[in-house]
Design a protein around this ligand. Sequence first.
Ligand code: SAM
Length: 321
Amino acid sequence: MGKASKDKRDIFYRLAKEQGWRARSAFKLLQADETFNLLEGVTRAVDLCAAPGGWSQVLSKKMYEPKTAEEREKVKIIAVDMQGMAPIDGVKQMRADITKESTAKEIIEFFGGQKAQLVVSDGAPDVTGMHDWDAYMQAQLLLSALSIATYILEEGGTFMGKVYRAANTSDVYRQLKRFFKDACVFKPSASRNSSIEAFVVCRQFCMPKDHVPCNLITEWYNIPGAALKNITGKERGPVEHLPFVGHKCEYDSDFTYELGDDYVPLEAVQKPLTAAYQEVVEKTRNMSIKYKGYKVSHANDPPPPQETEIEFDTDQTEPDP
Ligand SMILES: C[S@@+](CC[C@H](N)C(=O)[O-])C[C@H]1O[C@@H](n2cnc3c(N)ncnc32)[C@H](O)[C@@H]1O
């Protein structure tokens, strides 16, 4: 598939390259800000799961770039990811795992002991294609983002995180309602209607009385009955819903747009510095994988010739062309 083909199928992919965003996901945060004014007056923000840096670019562009040199001194933006990313003006980078308590401590140190006014998380685990599993993993990562937010967010602060609307999402909503006075599900127009992806936008963080910040996943699974009772006052919680807010704009992310005959596709603004798949590429660099096809055989057919379908040749020094 050529570059132009993706430009045609995905208007936000094309616009991201034209406008200088590293990832099309930048539009999702821009649209959330347009809808909720998330960034208004914010000087301390955390971008969790930030690589390759589209959301951090938005934070920099809105919170840092328009400011004077003196005002910029007060702006603190930190981007956290297990993967590395190229530098962005006004954004401190931290290569770390958001599920670790040590990460929370380092973030607070960066803010000089203060807490963040805004925590955003576009975190996504590697998708397997098994929808139930992927939705479950996404919920766990959102709970991890919420867990770290309970350490680093100031009272009254705002949290935005990616969620997959699926079977277990009610449990996640219940947790969000526990910590925020106002929470809703937001669907930016840059997120395809055909995708179960959405975002939770939670405002007015309010630490429940007697809650000590902890890993909410561990809390839940160690003492599920007790945790549920603490939160809901009941043994079994009711199904939770959150209000839904959609964003509409002139572009439709599910629509295929025609490109002019003289259209020239642009290069990506910034290729990933490191990516999870790179380790696999390294490990398989000296391995030749030859796919020899397969043949359907029937009970009465003569036995097939002895032949392996996939051949590994680990002695080779160069990959096959
Ligand atoms: C969809 S990308 C984020 C895109 C980003 N918002 C942007 O606009 O460029 C998801 C990121 O989540 C990161 N991630 C997943 N699990 C993580 C974890 N436990 N700690 C830190 N980062 C994590 C991945 O490394 C990946 O870079």
